[in-house]
Design a protein around this ligand. Structure first.
Ligand SMILES: [Fe+2]
Length: 281
């Protein structure tokens, strides 16, 4: 197995500046990301979604077109998912048309690595939080179930259900950080024949959370400022080689993690029931 190298960017949020997102710098930072990727040796680029900060349909088309033009300068293939801001005023089909690329759920091979891109419903309102739509979970089960090779599972919204303590957006809003159906998603990943490493954006910080032997990584946003006061300029580099995975995030909030690239499925022992109700300790 040769080394597979994937450059990852997420939560670009091109558009207006907000309290914590430096949207006005997004295109310049994305241009720099593209130039660095083209100078390096990567098999592909993955975009985790939230390419824009939504305003209205007409403006969002322009913002997405700006981002698409940047990605078009890449010398390597780029694979996209759409985030809640991409589909707030536009549809998934609009996004696919603007990029002339798929943004739906699919399995594909990058280098030597099997990847599943999962695009469940990402529409988000303040009152509603995140919910799967009919059929979304079936798609995940089907795509993971097709193959027992180790699989990189890519989604916009993180699937680990990790704690949001300290997160600017989500500490007080955990229902907006992951799906209401997190338990069913966790079961689908645990029951899949393939070992999984999961990668997501959305929560605008770098994390590693391991659930049932599945490592879940999240990548900081390109333009988020809530941690350092300046755009994080996060540039993820994922390297997978035989039985090792290396995850490095460059920028203002650097991360370097080395993990096993799992070659066979393993399962943790099921957690005990509540001590309060079972009497166990
Ligand atoms: Fe975002």
């Amino acid at each position: 197995m040769t080394t597979t190298r994937i450059a990852v960017v997420g939560d670009i949020h091109h558009g207006q500046d907000t309290q914590t997102k430096r949207g006005s710098m997004a295109l310049a930072l994305l241009d720099r990301f593209v130039a660095e990727v083209n100078r390096g040796s990567f098999d592909a680029v993955i975009d985790l979604g939230d390419r824009i900060s939504d305003e209205d349909p007409e403006r969002d088309r322009l913002l997405q077109s700006d981002v698409a033009m940047c990605f078009a300068r890449l010398a390597v293939a780029h694979h996209h998912l759409s985030g809640n801001h991409d589909v707030a005023c536009l549809t998934l089909a609009d996004n696919e048309a603007l990029f002339d690329l798929p943004s739906g759920s699919r399995a594909l091979i990058i280098g030597d690595v099997r990847c599943v891109f999962w695009q469940p419903d990402v529409r988000l309102t303040r009152a509603r939080g995140l919910h799967l739509s009919a059929g979304d979970l079936d798609v995940l089960v089907r795509l993971l179930g097709q193959d027992d090779r180790p699989t990189l599972l890519v989604s916009h919204v993180p699937l680990s259900g990790h704690a949001q303590t300290g997160n600017y957006y989500f500490e007080a809003n955990p229902r907006h950080a992951t799906y209401a159906e997190a338990a069913e998603i966790r079961q689908a990943i645990a029951d899949a024949p393939c070992p999984v490493v999961a990668l997501a954006g959305h929560v605008h910080w770098n994390t590693l959370t391991t659930v049932d032997a599945t490592p879940h990584l999240t990548l900081q946003s390109l333009t988020e400022t809530f941690i350092s006061g300046d755009p994080a300029e996060a540039f993820g580099v994922l390297e997978i080689e035989s039985d090792e995975l290396r995850w490095v995030v460059r920028g203002r909030e650097p991360v370097s993690i080395k993990l096993p690239w799992p070659t066979k499925k393993s399962r943790w022992r099921a957690p005990l029931p509540s001590f309060a109700t079972s009497g166990a300790a």
